[in-house]
Design a protein around this ligand. Structure first.
Ligand code: PLP
Length: 385
């Protein structure tokens, strides 16, 4: 086996296309130069297209959690009532952040492996008009579940509350019409479907959210969005922006926009469908039901004969393939195959072919080719059936 040949199939960080790497290797320019101001203006314009919004989208140097924290620290005052809708690890994180900043958090746990039930949210909002912020996750990476953000947006829009959506692992893979669906704050990160290394986070803010931010008194410094808004009006960034990452971001956005957003979403949908068909072809159980299955990452229950982490070790040791494991209570119980960002058909074929061979090694009887064939059938549209 060639030791250097690796196949990274985790839901972030994801592989970075050569075009993006090349853009990032351009010589550095000053972050307060006129040239960089032009770059920021142009890149922000492209980013807004991917966010499907007329709202400003801030680009900040941090991981995705930094953007989650920025949303919380700018919107939540001590004693504010907030609704945290959770169906996994990242829903829990939003609740934790809101609690740390003094929010009175109504934590609604739909459970790992389930999606957000809009009927529950509707009742909660109707019962308590004092709710100021609703936090939700678009794509729950820990379980491979995607939520109905369109339905949620339209629901929250009827109330005084603002809707904040963690789209760290879903934006640019799964449709999210920020303005049309009334999503007040959308946060995302660079290292997933945006096809960049880790290090940048993005955050869009609606007029409705600005009204709350203007009244916010929670102490903050680096994540002060009002300060950032003032500076960006002159295309000046408050702190030193990761210049090379912004060069890379422009290349990634160009790739996304050249492919076309609808085509990007359709590609992710196809890869998810093929992955799910392959897993079922191998007789394994999927965690997410079809109705809310993520287009970006697929979670699979470990077969009875082995725990998921042992299987993952074999995949890495013998085939150079990395899948993600389960987190917290799901540790050892599931493994997760990403198909987001710079991913196409042969990434799925690679994942499934390696999985079939590794399953044999851990004592699970799967016919070689049974999963690959199902994926291929999805890709050819069943014409060779
Ligand atoms: N939210 C979601 C849905 C995620 O998938 C992740 C990372 O996996 C995060 C938030 C946190 O992002 P980061 O690890 O970049 O801070």
């Amino acid at each position: 086996m060639m030791k250097d040949k690796k196949y990274l199939l985790i839901p972030g960080p994801t592989p970075v296309p050569p075009r993006v790497v090349e853009a990032m290797s351009r010589p550095i320019i000053g972050h307060r130069s006129a040239e960089f101001q032009t770059v920021m203006e142009r890149v922000t314009g492209k980013l807004k297209k991917v966010f499907q919004t007329e709202n400003h989208v801030f680009i900040q140097g941090s991981s995705g959690t930094g953007a989650l924290e920025a949303a919380v620290v700018n919107l939540v005052n001590t004693g504010d009532k907030v609704l945290a809708l959770s169906c996994g690890k990242f829903g829990e994180r939003f609740a934790e952040l809101a609690r740390i900043y003094g929010g009175e958090v109504d934590f609604v746990d739909f459970g790992w492996g389930y999606d957000i039930d809009l009927n529950v949210v509707k009742k909660k909002l109707e019962a308590d008009p004092a709710i100021k912020v609703v936090f939700a996750t678009q794509n729950e990476t820990s379980t491979g579940i995607q939520n109905d953000i369109e339905g949620l947006g339209k629901l929250v829009a009827q109330h005084d509350a603002v809707l904040v959506v963690d789209a760290v692992s879903g934006l640019a893979a799964i449709d999210l019409k920020t303005d049309e669906w009334h999503v007040d704050v959308v946060v995302s990160g660079s290292q997933k479907a945006f096809m960049l290394p880790p290090g940048l986070a993005f955050i869009s803010v609606s007029e409705k959210a600005w009204k709350k931010i203007e009244q916010n008194t929670t102490p903050k410094y680096y994540f002060d969005l009002l300060k950032a808004k003032k500076n960006i009006a002159k295309w000046n960034t408050t702190y030193t922006t990761p210049v090379s990452m912004v060069f890379g971001l422009e290349a990634a956005l160009d790739m996304i926009l050249e492919e076309g957003l609808e085509n990007v979403f359709a590609r992710h949908k196809l890869l998810a469908k093929a992955t799910r068909a392959a897993i079922q072809g191998l007789g394994l159980e999927l965690l997410a039901p079809d109705e809310c299955a993520s287009m970006a990452v697929t979670a699979v229950q470990a077969p009875m004969v082995v725990d998921a982490d042992t299987l993952r070790k074999v995949l890495l040791r013998d085939y150079g393939v990395t899948f993600a494991g389960g987190q917290d209570a799901m540790k050892g119980k599931i493994f997760r195959i990403a198909h987001m960002g710079y991913a196409d058909k042969f990434d799925v074929i690679t994942a499934i072919a390696a999985l079939e061979m590794a399953l044999g090694k851990v004592g699970y009887k799967a016919e070689l080719g049974a999963g690959v064939r199902e994926a291929q059938m999805v890709f050819v549209g069943g014409e060779h059936a």
